[in-house]
Design a protein around this ligand. Sequence first.
Ligand code: MN
Length: 257
Amino acid sequence: MTLTATVLAALAAGRLRIVDLTNTLSPDTPTLRLPAPFANLIDFSAEVVAEFDDLGPLWKHQNLHVGEHIGTHLDAPVHWISGRHGKDVSQIEPERLVGPAVVIDVREHVAADPDFLLQISHVQDWETEHGPLPENSWLLLRTGWEQYSDSQEAFLNADESGSHTPGIAVETALWLATERPISGYGVETVGIDAGRGAELDPPFPAHYHLLGHDKYGLTSLQNLGELPPTGAVIIVAPLPIVGGTASPSRVFALVEA
Ligand code: MN
């Protein structure tokens, strides 16, 4: 049997499952809110152009209005000042968008502290149990934040001091960017940095270090609980927007049943 036939047979028999890691896109999809004086992107909306009427008697079609960084999306290097001379979203090789998915579960830490920051030691402990982060892998941070994804307010968890959502420490971002052969880093939260990432040095270290080293980001992931710590395959499918700093993306995982 060919390799592709083996995969298709496993899918047909249910021995290989497709898990959708994507949040749905609608005007209610929770989105980042930057404080003044910074400018925010527009949320998703669909504008009906014709709907089985004089403007389109046999069809319905719509214009989409949406910022690049809305919903489950991929951040490309050109999004950040450190990666501004790197790839835009259309230039990322497909080979970098399909690879091993590894899941690190920090839900207990996050339940105790929503401002939890992933430390190098957490990843090293994970590696002691599961082996080194594989070449071309996507490190997915399971925080449990998915449970808030139907509420803008709960998802951003903001008070007068800002947003309180988990993320990654400065040293960890630099270490992953320079010492580990990953292709990407994915989170369940609205952005790849912690809610209080602006207070770190450099500010927003996941953006700064990872995008600055040709690693990619993924946000607003769901269903990470259906993935094993290792062994799944991730398929990340952003739109090839020329000059794009990001794209809403469909993200699947292949998981052995
Ligand atoms: Mn983004």
